[in-house]
Design a protein around this ligand. Sequence first.
Ligand code: ADE
Length: 254
Amino acid sequence: MTMESPLAIEVVTLFPEVVRTALGMGVIGRALERGLVRVGTEDPRAHTHDVHRSVDDRPYGGGPGMVMTVEPLATAIAAAAARLPAGSPRIYVSAQGRRFDQSAARRLAGLSGFLLLAGRYEGVDERLIAESIDEEWSIGDYVLSGGELAALVMIDATVRLLPGVLGDAESAVQESFAAEAGRLDWPHFTRPEVWRGRQVPAELMSGDHAAIRRWRLKQSLGRTFERRPDLLGTKQLNSEEQRLLDEYREERKL
Ligand code: ADE
């Protein structure tokens, strides 16, 4: 059997310890320990040469805030990229990027490596993006104080898709199937069977696998209809899906 080489990720950040600490726990921590993924960091401050080790400066044209300067970032990115397989995309995480979603995570999980640049302050000098960045991604329509949390979100969503990372491979397959199919997950229950008078749905207790599958699909479609109709807007439902969604709406008078 040939051992696949681990996915290689590099994060260029002023807060490498934040990134490393956050990745140390849970599913992703275990994947790192088991060598299924490798995450390196590069601090632009280590690439400064002035006494203040400055990485930012005032914006041309004036206005509030500071902009990250080109040179420490360019050399930090080059140092990090040199540890990655050739052709690994260099990704800037910013609120101006394309929206990151499950299919973007799926694509990253299929690469041999990628680099994430986490910005701070008002952002980075645009010429650095032109020179050293291949793609720009946002995790949502809100503004974070820096790219580190966004980079961590992207790493988490990606690494859990790697083969062998989740103990029960099924759970990744089913959840991400739902996400990629443009619908929400169904409700989950565990023991006890009754809690504060609330029963677990009878279908889940039936042992009838076909009935369970139908119930879950129906809940998944119904929740998506109620909470995220935008996701269903673009989807063509098959006849079973349409019937289950109609039943759900009928039952709830929606
Ligand atoms: N940096 C600041 N805001 C961000 C966002 N929404 N997504 C990615 N990076 C960011």
